[in-house]
Design a protein. Structure first.
Ligand code: SF4
Length: 256
């Protein structure tokens, strides 16, 4: 399996700025398969990437964070895309070490401490899954958030993991164009005004003229779950009053 020096990654990333997503995905698959996976939240914005991957190599793993708090429409859409695209999906779950904590605080953790909630339900399960591969294809785009404007097409993450963002230069309009051009399905909530869809308690439809991600963590002063920020490279959730003094059970650290 190839190991790239940081300057090589920087050079490759810069060359890829003028390549199509399909060219970038093809390079990634040829370079890293089978040690590579795609992460997906199975919403309309996910469809082009999943469709491209399924055409380039349908055996590539697709990680889905099953937080237990998704809209049922998302779960149905995941089933539909799996069937129609022939995807190889692996669901990721919360570690059992959080069982007691979530029994006590999980009911409204997304309101009390959304960063901790995202760490437990998304970041840590993804960190654990990423230990099994060498390259991670993500569907983020620069036009989505301030944070993502500075992303690179290739990024070196913790433990030498290479993150590949083939759609970085696409816009929301490019996504729609691809979906229509290939007659692909929309997430069932898209027509109801949901433009970016995560867990049900933290997602609302957007209003006319709002940014597509305005409905994520609306009113909570949060724009990212942590998968695409520095949180992903941290070993713990950071400061949390709720977590202070709570003893986790280190012997229950396996996903079911
Ligand atoms: S999106 Fe909301 S419910 Fe889902 S993990 Fe993050 S804070 Fe929790």
């Amino acid at each position: 399996m190839p190991v790239f020096r940081p300057e090589e990654i920087e050079q490759l990333a810069s060359q890829m700025e003028s390549q199509t997503p399909q060219q970038i995905i093809t390079w990634a698959v040829e370079t890293f398969a089978p040690q590579i996976a795609v992460s997906s939240s199975f919403q309309t914005q996910s469809v082009p990437l999943l469709h491209m991957v399924s055409r380039i190599d349908p055996t590539i793993l697709v990680f889905f964070l099953d937080t237990g708090l998704h809209f049922w429409e998302t779960l149905m859409f995941r089933e539909r895309l799996q069937r129609e695209f022939g995807l190889h999906i692996q669901n990721l779950y919360v570690d059992k070490q959080w069982k007691n904590f979530l029994e006590r605080f999980g009911r409204n953790l997304y309101d009390q401490d959304p960063d901790l909630c995202c760490y437990i339900r998304k970041v840590q399960p993804m960190q654990k899954a990423m230990k099994t591969i060498q390259a991670w294809i993500s569907g983020i785009r620069r036009d989505q958030t301030e944070n993502r404007k500075n992303a690179k097409i290739l990024e070196l993450e913790r433990d030498g993991l290479l993150k590949i963002n083939p759609l970085l230069n696409w816009t929301g309009q490019d996504v729609q164009h691809y979906v229509h051009e290939h007659s692909l399905p929309d997430h069932p909530l898209f027509e109801k005004g949901y433009r970016s869809i995560g867990c049900k308690p933290c997602t609302r439809a957007v209003l006319l003229g709002e940014n597509e991600r305005a409905g994520r963590w609306s009113g909570k002063g949060k724009t990212e779950c942590g998968l695409h920020t520095e949180m992903f490279n941290q070993d713990g959730p950071g400061k949390s009053t709720l977590l202070n003094g709570f003893i986790l059970n280190p012997n229950q650290d396996e996903t079911p």
